[in-house]
Design a protein around this ligand. Structure first.
Ligand SMILES: Cc1cc2nc3c(=O)[nH]c(=O)nc-3n(C[C@H](O)[C@H](O)[C@H](O)COP(=O)(O)OP(=O)(O)OC[C@H]3O[C@@H](n4cnc5c(N)ncnc54)[C@H](O)[C@@H]3O)c2cc1C
Length: 644
């Protein structure tokens, strides 16, 4: 096979190129639990896959979450013809279920609000947090590009942001931690802008919604918690619900999109408006190579296998390996068979991108502190017999809740980040015992905040009791019995906790001591009740409730090793021509640490933007000039095309 390095003869632009024949299609060697099966690249000749004249582009993006769509939108604005291939019938992946928060220090919204910090501030925070795993070059690349990425999207695309100027970093005691200004969220988005494509947008995870209506974090969520206590909140909620019901009647789904759903919708609208083709139900099954160079992929479609030829390259953004049992077993010590880890990520994320990358010579990082973005997850039985994985991100920090293991003892500061709480549970669990704990609260808490997928009043609790998701006991002893928790120990734990809550000081785990804890807590509610700590309230009057949580995640961190341009690296550390990785298919720049909320989506957006600029530079990508000139800005050969 001829060896064609990036410097070898230029390929013609996509518009002028005919697709090469693809190859006989085989079932995916990926898929749930199939692990690291054999090569998935195919030589560029022979085979019987379908030929289709339109299957040539400059950039093929595999996966339609933030990692993929950020690159797709950027590349289209730089004049590249882009195809996005999505495995599921709807686009958006885990991103569409997410909170939509992105860690993007020094972003323009913070600066405009007067939060101006030199690059060394977030850089040194990462240096302290990541310790020996800190990669300064990569961190600098990210921190330098992040504000410019935001500026590009807010000025040139449909994506708008809301600020995170009051959102602190997770670890307030670490030097250079911020009290706010390092994160952004996607602003609410009007789904009607997607036109008929709205039906192809993955809706939010039902358990995190009210009748399918997403609720934005912050002020909006507070209104929902206070709907039965404060007239202003009641009217806010009533208006939101009525408008949502109207949308359901007219459009069959809500149109006021928030959080990660708004992020995906805005990115997809921007992509479609810039001429990107998004093909759903089209999983990539193998890469196509010409020598060392990745030149496309074979997709499985309802019309049979189709080869897409990509003149500039392929970007893998399949969302990591949260549902690949073999890889989980290999990289997550608590998941012996992989099935012990219950990720809340999208079920289509079965590790395909990592296997595709490996088939072309890429390497998956095995040296991260944690291979996944850990979170306590509860298992919610659904009416159709399936089980939802609900990540506990919000209620743990509210006053009046504790987490205990089966021994009846607390093991962590419940108000810490989901990642830290699950790490603490893993450490507290003796070898051989199941990784599980219970969130425990009293009746007042349950009806005010809800517990996991069980919603607060006035939503009925009965169905969640009937299906066994929520356990109830008139007394703590009865609750302990229902859950299999040591009853005496639980009563002692609650007694001690209540005394500490009234005093406002957690002598055991320092709950409520960091800015992040307090932001997640509820100072207003605690103050009303005379509790001095925003995260602590006594569990007083029954009935008492519990929900069991197990080991899970929001996604995975271990991914393909890449360079600063997101090019996938081979075993020698050299870029594989034509192959890029994005989102969670890219080894996390946080190296398995979790310093702040939004550290997957922030880098996903930023490195997608960087990769697209690299791809748009013919010499850098080792390929032809882009096939479309309409949005392109001039770029120097050999250096990245800039969108600034
Ligand atoms: C409830 C929840 C809240 C979260 N909140 C946040 C937050 O606020 N901030 C944050 O930073 N992170 C958050 N996360 C994590 C975050 O959502 C993910 O890390 C992120 O969305 C991953 O983006 P991605 O582009 O890598 O993957 P995804 O968004 O999952 O997209 C990957 C896509 O690739 C597709 N795919 C897989 N295999 C193939 C194939 N062979 N061919 C074609 N397509 C394929 C998948 O179907 C999927 O659509 C949250 C996660 C959850 C579950």
């Amino acid at each position: 096979m001829p060896d064609r390095s990036p410097q070898s003869p230029k390929q013609p632009p996509a518009s002028a190129q005919r697709p090469t024949a693809a190859h006989e299609e085989e079932p995916a060697s990926g898929g749930r639990g199939t692990g690291f099966a054999g090569p998935q690249t195919a030589p560029p000749s022979g085979g019987d896959a379908q030929r289709r004249g339109g299957d040539v582009c400059d950039l093929l993006v595999i996966g339609s979450g933030a990692g993929g769509l950020s690159a797709a939108v950027t590349a289209a604005h730089l004049g590249l013809k882009v195809i996005v291939a999505e495995k599921e019938p709807q686009f958006g992946g885990t991103t569409a279920w997410s909170g939509g928060w992105m860690w993007l220090p020094r972003n323009p919204l913070a600066v405009e609000a007067g939060i101006v910090e030199p690059i060394d501030e977030p850089l040194n925070y990462l240096r302290h947090e990541l310790g020996e795993r800190f990669d300064e070059a990569r961190a600098r690349t990210f921190l330098d590009a992040a504000p410019r990425m935001v500026e590009f999207f807010r000025s040139r695309t449909a994506l708008r942001f809301i600020d995170g100027n009051a959102i602190p970093d997770f670890h307030g005691r670490t030097p250079h931690a911020s009290l706010g200004g390092r994160s952004l969220c996607a602003a609410p988005f009007d789904g009607r802008r997607l036109g008929p494509h709205i039906q192809r947008l993955k809706p939010p995870l039902p358990e995190t919604t009210l009748w399918g209506m997403g609720i934005a974090s912050g002020a909006e969520l507070r209104h929902f918690f206070n709907a039965l206590r404060k007239p202003a909140s009641f009217w806010f909620v009533a208006k939101r619900v009525l408008s949502h019901w109207k949308d359901l009647l007219v459009h069959r789904r809500g149109m006021r999109l928030v959080n990660g759903n708004a992020l995906v919708a805005a990115l997809a609208a921007s992509a479609l408006e810039a001429g990107v083709e998004i093909r759903t139900a089209s999983p990539a099954r193998r890469l196509v190579r010409d020598g060392e160079r990745v030149t496309g992929a074979v997709l499985t479609t309802s019309d049979g296998p189709v080869e897409v030829h990509a003149t500039r390259g392929v970007l893998l953004a399949c969302g990591g390996f949260p549902h690949d049992d073999a890889r989980k077993a290999a990289l997550l010590p608590h998941a012996r068979t992989g099935r012990e880890h219950h990720s809340a990520a999208s079920r289509g994320n079965t590790g395909d991108g990592l296997r595709l990358g490996e088939s072309a010579g890429g390497r998956v990082g095995a040296d991260l502190l944690q291979a996944a973005a850990l979170a306590p997850v509860s298992l919610v039985p659904r009416a159709d017999g399936s089980v939802a994985h609900f990540p506990h991100l919000i209620e743990r920090a509210k006053p009046g809740l504790i987490m205990v293991r089966a021994d009846g003892h607390r093991f962590a500061n419940e108000a810490d980040s989901y990642h830290d709480v699950l790490q603490a549970l893993l450490q507290a669990t003796p070898p051989g015992q199941p990784v599980q704990a219970w969130l425990v609260c009293d009746h007042a808490f349950m009806r005010h905040y809800g517990l996991g997928a069980a919603k607060p009043a006035p939503m009925p609790l009965g169905p969640m009791l009937a299906n066994g998701y929520v356990k109830r006991g008139r007394t703590l002893a009865e609750l302990a019995h229902a859950c299999g928790i040591a009853a005496d120990a639980l009563q002692t734990t609650v007694q001690r906790y209540n005394a500490m809550a009234r005093a406002g000081k957690d002598e055991d785990f320092d709950k409520g001591e960091t800015p992040y804890n307090r932001m997640q807590g509820d100072a207003a509610f605690a103050t009303e009740r005379g509790w001095p700590n925003a995260c602590m309230g006594p569990l007083e009057s029954g009935p008492f409730y519990a929900v069991r949580v197990v080991a899970g995640s929001l996604g995975t961190f271990a991914g393909l090793k890449v360079n600063a341009q997101a090019q996938v690296l081979d075993a020698q550390g050299q870029p594989i021509p034509g192959l890029y990785a994005g989102g969670n298919d890219m080894d996390s720049m946080m190296a398995g640490h979790y310093p702040s909320g939004g550290i997957t989506l922030g880098p996903a957006m930023t490195f997608g933007w960087i990769a697209a600029q690299h791809l748009a530079t013919p010499a850098a990508a080792g390929a032809a000039p882009p096939s479309r000139g309409r949005h392109q800005q001039p770029g120097k050969a050999g250096s990245a095309v800039s969108l600034d």
